[in-house]
Write a protein that binds this ligand. Structure first.
Ligand code: CMC
Length: 431
């Protein structure tokens, strides 16, 4: 942690406490309150962690006011335009862009780990046929700790490395098989001659009965979706992974916890919810009705794919995603896609509306991703699994960073207790 000459002074009654302030390489200063309870006997209160830095990190930086997102210093727009997913994975995991030789070795390692233990098939088959693929993914990823015993010892750096590679390599197979199972088609084995995105499309869309050709332009769009979702600093699912890991849990259990958290509609589940909303709106003339509902305090409806805890200007991932949506629909010859029309008009009307401007609500990454994924042939239930497979590298990189951090402690927040004070037990006949 950076040394600092600055301090903040907290006064409680007639006592003052000096709290160190640390300056990061980018972003706001941070007040260190770790000794506050020991010195002053008070807790801080921050439900939702809106003002709390939970760790040191060197991986991802977001400036929400300026719409900036960087991984290891590189802007997301440059990575999405010039790099590709496995190179970004290397960057997130190891801190630097790889040389050609390093990238070749890394890609070879990931490619060699794409198959699942054959017995895992039976685990998939234990789920109800109509299980949501996210439910299957949470279960199967958690179950990896029962299949890969030789990479669960977090104290061994080599085992940590192997677990990282296994998770990144096997997640597309797990997501594709969860999908295949849900539609009653046979599991398709990975093909190691294909790149990461092409192999995922192959496992999702090919069937044994006929040849399947992966369109390289669709594979590029898929790869870009993976890249745009690769990491996002200390969001809810990443913080869940870090909290689970702080107890010493094995990597597969930690990532399963992250997947469970991602599923919620306020987080990764928003891409499915957003496309369902666009379909429900259906046509441009119904948009005002939904805008009015989103603004109505008595209506729980929210514009899905809109708003972000950190971005208060624009989400740089959404800018790339919108461009990609145009390109993919153009490529597929889907002219005048009604959902894209509704989405663009909804965005235009919302951005011109005082309510959304005042609350700084803009389209986020999930607003356009569903349109692309649907055009590629994915059902809405696969949108969040695709987010989960893309984010796995982010979770793993943050998990690795945390385990190497000498300041790492078990995460144990405190509370503002509002319940009864101690009282005596009342026998049942006297209640
Ligand atoms: N539609 C209408 N009003 C909204 C929306 C929305 N999508 N989002 C926030 N607001 C309003 C909210 O009602 C509140 O109003 P008021 O101050 O009058 O009570 C104000 O804006 C602040 O909202 P908040 O819920 O306190 O903000 P938050 O930072 O806790 O929540 C959010 C951020 C992303 C959960 C929220 O904007 C939301 O629910 N958006 C829709 C779901 C979504 O698209 N999630 C994906 C996020 S990006 C991908 C990811 O991280 O997984």
């Amino acid at each position: 942690m950076a040394d600092t000459a600055k301090t903040a002074t907290l006064t409680i009654g007639d006592q003052s406490f000096d709290l160190p302030i640390y300056s990061p390489t980018a972003g706001p200063d941070v007040i260190d309150i770790r000794k506050l309870y020991a010195q002053a006997g008070v807790f801080t209160y921050d439900p939702g962690f809106t003002s709390t830095a939970s760790c040191d990190s060197t991986i991802t930086f977001i400036d929400g006011d300026e719409g900036i997102l960087t991984h290891r210093g590189y802007p997301i727009g440059q990575l999405a335009g010039k790099s590709h997913y496995l190179e970004v994975c290397y960057l997130l995991l190891y801190g630097e862009l790889p040389t050609a030789a390093e990238l070749e070795t890394f890609e070879g390692t990931i490619t060699r780990h794409t198959m699942l233990h054959e017995q895992m098939q039976y685990f998939f088959r234990g789920f109800r046929r109509d299980a949501h693929p996210m439910a299957t993914m949470v279960g199967v990823v958690g179950a990896m700790s029962a299949f890969y015993h030789d990479s669960t010892d977090i104290a061994d750096p080599r085992q940590r490395e192997i677990a990282s590679h296994r998770l990144i390599a096997k997640m597309p197979t797990i997501a594709a098989w969860a999908y295949k199972y849900s539609i009653g088609q046979p599991f398709v084995y990975p093909r190691n001659d294909l790149d990461y995105a092409s192999n995922f499309l192959h496992m999702c869309f090919s069937v044994p009965a006929e040849p399947y050709h992966v369109d390289p332009i669709l594979a590029r769009a898929m790869d870009r979706i993976f890249t745009l979702h690769a990491d996002h600093e200390q969001n809810a699912s990443t913080s869940t992974v870090r909290l689970a890991s702080s107890s010493g849990a094995n990597p597969f259990a930690c990532i399963a916890a992250g997947i469970a958290c991602l599923w919620g509609p306020a987080h990764g589940g928003a891409n499915q919810a957003c496309l369902e909303m666009l379909k429900e709106i259906g046509s441009v003339d119904r948009i005002p009705e939904y805008i009015a509902r989103a603004k109505d305090k008595n209506d729980p409806f929210r514009l899905m794919g809109f708003g972000h805890r950190v971005y208060k200007n624009f989400d740089p991932r959404a800018t790339v995603m919108k461009q990609s949506a145009d390109e993919v629909l153009d490529l597929l010859g889907v002219e005048d896609n009604p959902l894209l029309q509704v989405a663009k008009e909804l965005e235009r009307i919302a951005l011109a509306d005082e309510y959304f401007a005042e609350k700084k609500l803009f389209p986020n990454v999930d607003f356009y991703s569903g349109i692309i994924l649907e055009a590629m042939g994915f059902p809405t239930s696969m949108f969040t699994p695709i987010f989960a497979l893309s984010r796995t590298v982010g979770w793993i990189s943050q998990w690795k960073e945390q385990l190497a951090d000498p300041q790492m402690k078990i995460g144990r927040p405190r509370q503002l207790y509002q319940g009864n004070t101690t009282r005596d037990y009342v026998d049942i006949e006297n209640r």
